[in-house]
Design a protein around this ligand. Structure first.
Ligand SMILES: NC(=O)c1ccc[n+]([C@@H]2O[C@H](COP(=O)([O-])OP(=O)(O)OC[C@H]3O[C@@H](n4cnc5c(N)ncnc54)[C@H](O)[C@@H]3O)[C@@H](O)[C@H]2O)c1
Length: 312
């Protein structure tokens, strides 16, 4: 029986993952609730999941809570690439150091399997559909750089200390309980200013959006089917969706479907934003995994759900 320990498990993706993990064995969530919420775990807590309030930067507390678990999922991070512009230490601490702490706690407690939430931002500013071997273009955000550093640390711990690891580079993940991202941002802006929606950039930025249930299914599928010491997979649907399309969907789902869009201009939303990201998820597909929704379908469904959460 798997004993799972989920760092950052009270957040958006983590809470969906925990609902699936609870079917496989005991689960402990370790989260500082800086973004995540106890309410996101209500279903899992009613089924025996344990929530430990703690910070990934507190190594002794992390180690103490991790003891007795064999499989560690690490999802805690600064969730918004943009925030690194205001606080350049944020991703160093919440991304790189927290990942080292998780690895070191695993080494000390003897936990053997790590599953890491990485990101397609790792591939940097390239319009090419990147496969796992494509790292010719390096990250352009501090967030992406911290994922890159985290992956390098994981590779070293696997080689030096006998861990196994599954690294997943997600596209943009959307769905119920979303805590950040363009769709939620737009809906909150529309709640505050129903007549006009400000959109950063020219609206032509486009990325692959994966529905959170597909993201979690991909993570578990890879864990069950990939058996190398270090396994690296992209998780994304084929295709992509433009920011303009997301803005239109959000306006249509808002109480004022006549709101106008005001673009701030420029090809990227902020320094470090990758305007056109594409992920080649063929490697996980070759193992037999299929997502259930295209990028457009994922967003259409997510915007409906998030609009209900925002507007009630
Ligand atoms: N959402 C996406 O589109 C997306 C895309 C690619 C990668 N990812 C990665 O997936 C992971 C989960 O993302 P999410 O969207 O669920 O974000 P989220 O912010 O909803 O979840 C992160 C959780 O980690 C917790 N946390 C943060 N810092 C912590 C710390 N120092 N100690 C303990 N807990 C801490 C937060 O309270 C939150 O519950 C992150 O690593 C993120 O970088 C997300």
């Amino acid at each position: 029986m798997t004993r799972s320990f989920v760092v950052g498990g009270a957040g958006f993706i983590g809470s969906h993952l925990v609902e699936r993990l609870i079917e496989r064995g005991p689960v402990t969530v370790y989260d500082n609730l800086s973004v995540g919420k106890r309410a996101f775990l209500s279903h899992a807590l009613s089924r025996g999941c344990e929530l430990v309030l703690g910070d990934a930067l507190d190594l002794p507390a992390l180690e103490g809570a991790m003891l007795g678990h064999d499989t560690v999922f690490h999802l805690a991070a600064n969730p918004e690439a943009r925030w690194g512009l205001e606080n350049p230490r944020l991703d160093l601490e919440q991304g790189t150091i927290s990942t080292w702490n998780v690895l070191e706690a695993m080494r000390r407690t003897g936990a053997k399997r790590l599953i890491f939430a990485s990101s397609g931002t790792l591939y940097g500013d390239t319009p090419k559909a990147c496969a796992e071997v494509d790292l010719g273009s390096l990250p352009i955000s501090l967030y992406g750089a911290s994922k890159f550093a985290g992956e390098a640390l994981i590779s070293a711990f696997v080689a030096c200390f006998g861990l196994s690891a599954w690294i997943y580079r997600f596209g943009n993940v959307v769905g119920p309980r979303g805590t950040h991202g363009a769709a939620l941002d737009f809906l909150n802006k529309l709640k505050a200013s129903p007549r006009e929606l400000e959109v950063l950039g020219d609206g032509r930025q486009s990325k692959p959006y994966v529905y959170v249930a597909d993201c979690v299914s991909g993570v578990l599928f890879g864990l069950d089917h990939a058996r190398e010491p270090l396994n690296i997979y992209n998780i994304a649907p084929p295709g992509f969706t433009s920011v303009k399309r997301i803005a239109e969907l959000c306006i249509a789902a808002s109480p004022n479907p006549n709101a106008r869009i005001r673009y701030t201009g420029g090809e990227r939303g902020w320094p470090g934003d990758v305007p056109h990201s594409r992920l080649d998820a063929g490697k996980l597909a070759a193992l037999g995994f299929r997502v259930s929704r295209t990028s457009d379908q994922a967003l259409e469904e997510a915007v409906q759900v998030l609009a209900r959460e925002v507007f009630g």
